[in-house]
Design a protein around this ligand. Structure first.
Ligand code: CTP
Ligand code: MG
Length: 221
């Protein structure tokens, strides 16, 4: 089965506020995008990588990434960017969708997701327990409920799918979703979980970038 990894990297990084699209921020001299791509290639379970970047960045990224990595233009919402990646991977049997912003994801986690797909699952997401108690609130901020924390998981990437299932989920999608598995859930597909990893955290804010930079430094001892 041919495994193609799609790397959405076309976001603006508004919450990080680095003054440039987040995927082009560097960590130890490498862009988040390059680190994410290198992690996918290092996993040994990915046959081809398609990165999705802001339209005006396509030529420079084509020049900088390793041969064999394809580069296409993204869209206004993450859903639009992933859709562009799916269109560029008609040859895939299995599709991974992996945020460039999760630049420190261990290759072992990527291999776990693919192993679950190869074992017959058609939708797989890496998850970690939630540390905070989570509440639902109404538009005025008044608490409406407290879901049982032991039943909650935070979801990471790469999320893995049989390619046909993800194509059908995107074909049926009528609005944006914050993750790809959410679209599979809407068409009724079961989504399975594998153990995530704290290092697969998403670099969203300046605090996250400070943590990533600290983790990337040479260890003191
Ligand atoms: N992404 C994308 N196309 C978009 C929006 C997001 O490819 N139109 C990508 C981002 O580049 C990132 C991943 O989706 O790798 C997760 O999105 P997020 O962390 O929200 O990144 P940004 O949208 O760039 O950040 P922000 O929401 O703070 O602007
Ligand atoms: Mg975003």
């Amino acid at each position: 089965d041919r495994v193609v990894a799609l790397v959405p990297a076309a976001g603006q990084g508004v919450r990080l506020g680095a003054g440039m699209p987040k995927a082009f921020v560097t960590l130890g001299g490498e862009t988040l995008l390059r680190l994410a791509v290198d992690g996918l290639l290092a996993s040994g379970v990915v046959d081809r990588v398609v990165v999705i970047v802001p339209a005006d960045r396509v030529p420079e990224v084509r020049g900088e990434l390793p041969d064999g990595v394809d580069v296409v233009a993204g869209g206004a919402e993450r859903t639009d960017s992933v859709r562009a990646g799916i269109a560029a991977a008609p040859d895939a049997d299995l599709l991974l969708v992996h945020d460039a912003a999760r630049a420190l994801t261990p290759p072992e986690l990527i291999a776990r997701v693919v192993a679950a797909l190869r074992a017959g699952r058609s939708a797989v997401v890496p998850v970690v327990p939630v540390a905070d108690t989570v509440k639902t609130v109404d538009p005025l901020g008044v608490v409406t409920g407290t879901p049982e924390r032991s039943e909650l998981r935070a979801v990471q990437t790469p999320q893995g799918f049989s390619a046909d299932l993800l194509r059908r989920a995107y074909a049926a999608a009528e609005s944006v979703a914050t993750d790809d598995a959410g679209l599979v859930e809407r068409i009724g597909g079961p989504v399975h979980t594998v153990a995530g990893d704290p290092l697969a955290f998403k670099i969203t804010t300046a605090l996250d970038l400070a943590l990533a930079r600290a983790l990337s430094e040479e260890p003191a001892i």
